[in-house]
Design a binder for this molecule. Structure first.
Ligand SMILES: CC(C)(COP(=O)(O)OP(=O)(O)OC[C@H]1O[C@@H](n2cnc3c(N)ncnc32)[C@H](O)[C@@H]1OP(=O)(O)O)[C@@H](O)C(=O)NCCC(=O)NCCS
Length: 185
């Protein structure tokens, strides 16, 4: 069984989520500018609880709170299972959001790099997958900055708010991650 550890980066702390974090995350997730393309904006605390609860009971699902100077600025979700490939073992997928007040400061990139590093050093996973809306430049730039490679585009694969969108699918493998980390550093 894998247990999420507290992760530290140069500017951030990623803490395993607890029920005590619900209010802070709700304050971020109620604003669609902070969460669009990850989930629907949270209408109530129960929506946030629905994202947290699986991580409290399902050992395959890990959730971290991204903190800056002790204050929650976003959420990071990791699940031990494939996003889009047929890979059965040693694969996980990620999702994340950052408060719109903190966008474009490099925080998502920093958080993803830390989680990828932890996954490859502390778990058996050798492949991390992510799916993004093709229009979500911010998210796929985050992935690319950390070294993820776009493997495929699936036209019309995602229905969101009554519209159909194209998706881009990315992966990072253990072998390529070390080189990417050197490039990022
Ligand atoms: C995607 C998201 C997490 C990015 O967070 P962030 O902390 O602002 O990202 P970073 O500051 O690390 O930026 C990484 C790259 O994205 C670029 N970027 C950030 N916001 C952007 C925007 N709105 N438009 C275009 N590029 C953007 C940055 O310039 C940077 O690229 P560069 O290295 O080429 O300069 C954030 O926009 C968000 O939470 N969006 C809503 C939820 C979401 O879409 N989650 C992902 C679902 S898969």
């Amino acid at each position: 069984m894998v247990v999420a550890a507290r992760l530290r980066t140069e500017r951030l702390t990623l803490d395993p989520a607890t029920p005590g974090d619900l209010d802070e995350i709700f304050e971020i997730a109620r604003d669609k500018k902070s969460i669009e393309d990850f989930q629907h904006a949270a209408e109530g605390i129960q929506d946030v609880r629905a994202w947290f609860d699986p991580s409290l009971e399902d050992p395959l699902n890990l959730v971290w709170i991204i903190r800056k100077d002790g204050r929650a600025i976003g959420l990071f979700d990791l699940y031990f299972g494939a996003e889009y490939s047929q890979t059965a073992d040693n694969v996980c997928r990620v999702g994340y959001f950052v408060s719109h007040r903190e966008h474009r400061k490099g925080y998502a990139t920093e958080a993803l790099a830390a989680v990828a590093d932890w996954v490859f050093s502390e778990t058996a996973a050798t492949r991390i997958e992510a799916g993004v809306t093709l229009r979500n430049t911010a998210s796929f730039r985050v992935l690319e900055r950390v070294g993820f490679v776009r493997e495929k585009v699936a036209p019309g694969s995602w229905a969101w708010r009554g519209e159909v969108h194209d998706s881009a699918y990315y992966c990072l493998t253990k072998g390529s991650a070390a080189q990417a980390a050197r490039n990022l550093g």
